[in-house]
Every structure is written in C-alpha cells, then in structure tokens.
Write a protein that binds this ligand. Structure first.
Ligand code: GLV
Ligand code: MN
Ligand code: MN
Length: 410
C-alpha cells in the first residue's frame, strides 16, 4: 500500500471526526459519556465496519474492530488509543491513534496479510480524566483494574457521578466487570500518538520510538476554613481557606523542581465554594497532577503536600481532605518491540529517535500488565491540549507502515 494513500485516508477520517466537539470553532471538547462522544463512536464503528472488521462497544464504552488472525487461540494484538479529548483541545490527541489503528487494518487486508494472531483496532473511553478527575477509565476496565464502586464515587463539576453519566449514555456501571478481558488474552498493545511536545519537531525527526512513560498520581484536595465577614473579621481570627491553600499551592512547583529529572506537578483547577468578594472563603478545592519516571518521587511529593496542608490548616483550626483519584506506576516499554520499530524506521529510511513520554497514554495503563510499544509522530511546535495542535498526514502514513512491520514480525 502506498503510504501517501494511507495519509490521505487518515486525514479524511480526522476531518470527519473534528465535527464532534461541544465547542465548534474553539477546539475539540469531547468529554466522556456526552453526545459528542456518542457521535464520534458511531463514526468510528462505521469506519471499522467499512474496513471489514467485526465491531462492538463494550460495557465501558470502549470500541473494538476485529480482524481475525491465522491462529485464533494465540494472545491477540490490540492497537489503538482514546477518543475523548480535553476541553478546548486539538483534533489529534488520542483520536489520531484510533484512526491509524483502523487504517492499519485496511492496509493489512488490502495487502492480503493475515496476522498470526487476532488484530483488534481499539478506541478507549475517557483516557484524559478531565470530566471525572481520574483517567484511563476504558483501558483500566479492559484490564479489570477499576476499583469496585469507582464509578459511583467519582463525580464531575456538576456533581453527576460517572455511574449516572454512563446510565444516561445507555450503559450500566454494574456491568463494568464484564469489560475485563481474560488474563493473557491480550498479547501485545500498540499505540500511535502525537508527541505533544517539541522534541521531534525541533530535531526534525519523522518518528519517535517511546522508551518509557512517566507514572502519575492525581488528587482532589479540599481545604476547609470558616466563612466570615471580610471587613469585620480581624486577620488573626480568620480561618481563610484560600490563604491556607494558596500557601501550599505556591510550593507545589518547587517540590517538582527540587525532585528534578522528568518530575512535573500541576494544580490545574482551583474552585472556591460559595466564595464572594466580601466573604472569607469557607472552602477551596484544587486538583493535583504529579508525574515522574521515579516511583519514589511519586510517593514523596504527595506526602510533603499532605504535611504542609496539615501544618497550614492546624494554625487556624481548619481541616483538609486529599483524595487520590489516580495511581499509575511508570512503565518501561517493550525492548524487543522497540528494536523492531527502530529496524523498520532504518529500513524504510525514516529518521527517528528514542524518547521518553511525559504525557500519559493508554499505553501507560495497558503497559502495567501487557507487553506494550508506542510510536510518536511530531507535533508542530510541540503544541498540544490546545486548538493549535497539528501533525501533517504524511507523519501518520509513515507511522502506520512502521507499525505494520512490527505486526508482521511479531
Ligand atoms: C493526557 O494527555 C495526559 O497526559 O494528561
Ligand atoms: Mn491528552
Ligand atoms: Mn492522548
């Protein structure tokens, strides 16, 4: 198959999918279990069917398209990414990897290649975690790693639980255990994704072979003080939730800088409840996202933050809660598969480099239990999680070729 033809079809699919956003003209907003996700899911299922795949949606809202292999008993090859997006994001993060996985199936069929094991294109639900503050929902469901009651505990900004959002979407949280695949059924997981950073574009490399992915911790923190009159309450008689939280939040970045290396820490959301210009804030909630390739750091920083919250709230008689919403260990991706990807790049004359990933991916989640490989394509100027996100179609065409080589050699 001519890889420019692959590039053309991928571009066409991505253009079609770009219509499924809650914020037209202001980037892609496709939060989990919304009408936009439904429309994208229907589009993807249709594309999978047109590619000759047997399709289904699982109880978590993940989508699959099966191309049977020669040996149906052999652990299968799963290839894909997520089809949700961040609010106001781009048209490539996640969904491009799903489209590439479907294109891979088309190419295999057109070239008359029957893979040794079953090949499945996969589209995962809710990788980003933007609506319910967690993430990797679909891939965790596949691995049987969702905690009992998780869907009933996590809520969105409007207080709607994940379980209720599923119900409105036509799915039942009680059936989530059925989304788990039998142990050993998935032999390999493969993912194509945009880099979302500036390295490949800056170094003028066509492809990136991912060596490892940072581990992640996410928390929802609530700091509780006491509402009082902003004019009459003396400064030494207040329990000001904003002041207590701000003292701690101001140190979060420095904690990551001190840890060094790949470590990053972000407070991406801050909300005061019932706050007003003339009321001392009673409570403040903030999100926390901490990432590192070093596992120790992922234990240390949250413990330091907890201690600081304890100190600050104690001073004024306030209190706090710090709920962990996500815990994923860093992974090293499969060395043998990385070697095959690198060989294919060399043979096909594509420039490439090896690099780690600071972004989280379904490959991070799947890689906790399954032999996993991941290929990056360049992001223009490194921009991502914004409407400016862009990767030229040829880049995806090349990535599909190289992944095909890997599938053939597995
Ligand atoms: C997903 O893009 C993440 O890294 O948060
Ligand atoms: Mn993302
Ligand atoms: Mn992504």
């Amino acid at each position: 198959m001519n890889w420019m033809e692959s590039a053309r079809r991928i571009q066409e699919d991505l253009e079609g999918l770009s219509a499924f956003t809650a914020t037209p003209g202001q980037g892609c907003t496709r939060l989990p279990f919304t009408p936009e996700t439904r429309a994208a899911a229907d589009f993807l299922l249709k594309k999978m069917e047109e590619a000759g795949l047997e399709t289904w949606q699982d109880p978590a809202g993940n989508l699959f398209g099966l191309l049977p292999g020669r040996n149906r008993e052999k652990p299968c090859i799963l290839c894909g990414s997520h089809y949700d997006s961040v609010p106001g994001g781009g048209n490539y993060d996640g969904i491009a990897g799903v489209v590439c996985a479907i294109e891979l199936a088309r190419v295999l069929r057109e070239e008359g290649i029957t893979p040794d094991a079953d090949y499945l294109a996969a589209a995962f639900m809710d990788e980003e975690g933007c609506r319910f503050g967690s993430g990797y929902f679909g891939s965790k469901a596949v691995l049987g790693r969702l905690e009992p009651g998780e869907a009933g505990r996590l809520t969105d900004e409007e207080g709607i639980t994940l379980a209720r959002a599923m119900e409105r979407y036509g799915l039942k949280a009680g059936e989530l255990p059925k989304a788990a695949w039998p142990k050993g059924r998935i032999g390999h997981f493969l993912e194509i994704h945009i880099e979302q950073g500036p390295v490949l574009d800056g170094q003028k490399k066509e492809l990136g072979v991912v060596e490892g992915i940072v581990g992640l911790r996410r928390y929802r923190v609530a700091v509780n003080g006491r509402a009082d009159h902003a004019g009459t309450t003396p400064m030494d008689m207040r329990s000001d939730a904003v002041e207590m939280a701000a003292r701690v939040i101001a140190q979060v970045g420095d904690m990551a800088r001190e840890a060094g290396g790949s470590t990053v820490a972000t407070v991406g959301q801050v909300n005061t409840r019932a706050g007003a210009v003339n009321i001392v804030a009673r409570s403040l909630e903030f999100s926390l996202d901490i990432r590192s390739l070093q596992n120790e750091v992922l234990e240390e920083i949250p413990a330091r933050i907890r201690r600081r919250l304890q100190e600050e709230t104690e001073k004024t008689g306030g209190s706090f809660t710090m709920e962990e919403t996500l815990r994923i260990q860093p992974v090293e991706l499969s060395r043998p598969m990385r070697k095959i990807l690198e060989e294919s790049c060399r043979e096909r004359g594509h420039s490439w480099m090896a690099l780690p990933s600071g972004a989280g991916h379904d490959a991070l989640s799947m890689g906790q239990q399954v032999d996993t490989a991941m290929l990056f394509v360049p992001s223009r100027a490194g921009r991502s999680h914004c409407p400016e996100e862009y990767t030229p179609p040829e880049a995806f065409g090349r990535a599909v070729q190289v992944m095909k080589d890997l599938i053939v050699r597995l």
